[in-house]
Ligand binder design. Structure first.
Ligand SMILES: *Cc1c(COP(=O)(O)O)cnc(C)c1O
Length: 361
């Protein structure tokens, strides 16, 4: 079986974890601060605040910017549900704008249509590791005085015009095992704003800077020393992982681009795609997915139901018509691209798709 995702863990992570266990400092500890500094350096931001999931990073980022009741945040419905849930947690309302058909990211044209007097922030998602159109989105945010919070949970190492995602506004990354690097569960907030970093640190620890002095309502969102130790090892490997993902993506596109009915992912000018996912489009997505499963090739559908169509969001009254998002959710299929995929695996995958005798469009 060629799995769709596989965390890359070896003796280095095992040693890092056992060292922490032997030290006895298993919750808060020095590795967390080291990891924050290393990740901030990697992203090109002044600060990073480590938390216990990507969802927590988004939630704390919104709260640190003071977003809450009666506020609106414009985001994408073509994402993992955590993107919009983090907005709901604060009491604010997610407003969904449609995406671009080629990058699957927020289309700036549709963002402008959704701005009202209640709009406080824009939350672009760098889906699959392809950066959103940060030039136009940054301009829109500046023109309208809006906060920019980037859901970079899938985009470690992606750049737009040479600048790392997560450094345009306040960034949120995830370190879940399927992501480009992992800490088991984990997440991090990146920012150049010292006040936002400080507030996020307070929100992470029950609203306190000083132990047992609570200045605001906070949560327990802390990253453990064990997770941070894994993260330090993984961060060193991230550049190699990203190169391997890009190599695999290039090979896949070379072999798949001439097959009728298959549309390969594109990389826009000025963008560095970190290929969290290699996502093709096809009219016969479900058949192809089933066929590949029988050939022991894992695939993924991210995401089969857009957020605004989820039962809970329907209950909240969402009834948007987002035609590009909805079409994408019917056609996307992600193929294995992670660093554990070999050139031989790529040949197996592409030959299987070339031989596919199923219904064609
Ligand atoms: C994974 C992911 C999240 C949430 O991260 P967790 O670490 O699973 O909480 C949020 N947004 C996107 C786009 C993601 O892919």
């Amino acid at each position: 079986m060629i799995p769709i995702a596989k965390p890359q863990l070896d003796d280095a992570e095992i040693k890092a974890v056992t060292d922490v266990l032997r030290s006895g400092i298993i919750a808060e500890g020095q590795h967390v601060a080291e990891f924050e500094q290393a990740f901030a350096e990697y992203t090109g931001t002044e600060h990073a605040v480590a938390v216990n999931s990507g969802t927590a990073a988004l939630h704390a980022a919104l709260l640190a910017h003071g977003i809450g009741k009666n506020d609106e945040v414009i985001t994408s419905s073509f994402s993992f549900v955590a993107t919009a849930n983090s907005i709901l947690f604060t009491g604010a309302k997610p407003i969904f704008a449609d995406i671009k058909a080629d990058t699957f990211n927020l289309d700036p044209r549709f963002i402008e249509d959704k701005i009202t007097s209640a709009t406080k922030a824009i939350m672009p998602v760098h889906l699959y590791g392809h950066p959103a159109d940060m030039e136009t989105i940054t301009d829109i945010a500046e023109d309208h005085g809006l906060i920019l919070i980037e859901d970079a949970c899938q985009a470690h190492g992606a750049t737009f015009k040479g600048k790392r995602v997560g450094s345009f506004g306040t960034g949120a990354f995830s370190f879940y095992p399927t992501k480009n690097m992992t800490t088991s569960e984990g997440g991090i907030i990146t920012t150049n704003d010292e006040k936002i970093a400080e507030k996020a640190r307070m929100i992470r620890a029950h609203g306190s800077k000083q132990r047992y002095l609570h200045e605001m309502l906070g949560y327990n969102l802390r990253m453990t020393n064990i997770s941070a130790a894994i993260g330090l090892v993984q961060l060193k490997k991230l550049p190699n992982y990203t190169s391997k993902r890009q190599h695999n993506a290039k090979l896949l596109t070379e072999k798949l681009s001439n097959i009728a009915g298959i549309q390969c992912p594109i990389v826009k000018e000025n963008c560095r795609h970190s290929f969290h996912q290699y996502t093709i489009r096809t009219q016969n997505r479900d058949e192809l997915s089933e066929y590949l499963k029988n050939k022991e090739i894992g695939t993924g559908i991210y995401y089969p139901i857009p957020i605004h169509r989820q039962p809970y969001y329907k209950e909240l009254g969402y009834n948007d018509s987002l035609l590009i998002t909805e079409k994408a959710s019917r056609e996307v299929l992600s193929l294995p691209v992670h660093p554990g995929v070999t050139d031989e695996d790529i040949t197996t995958i592409s030959n299987a798709i070339a031989d596919w005798g199923g219904p064609k469009c």
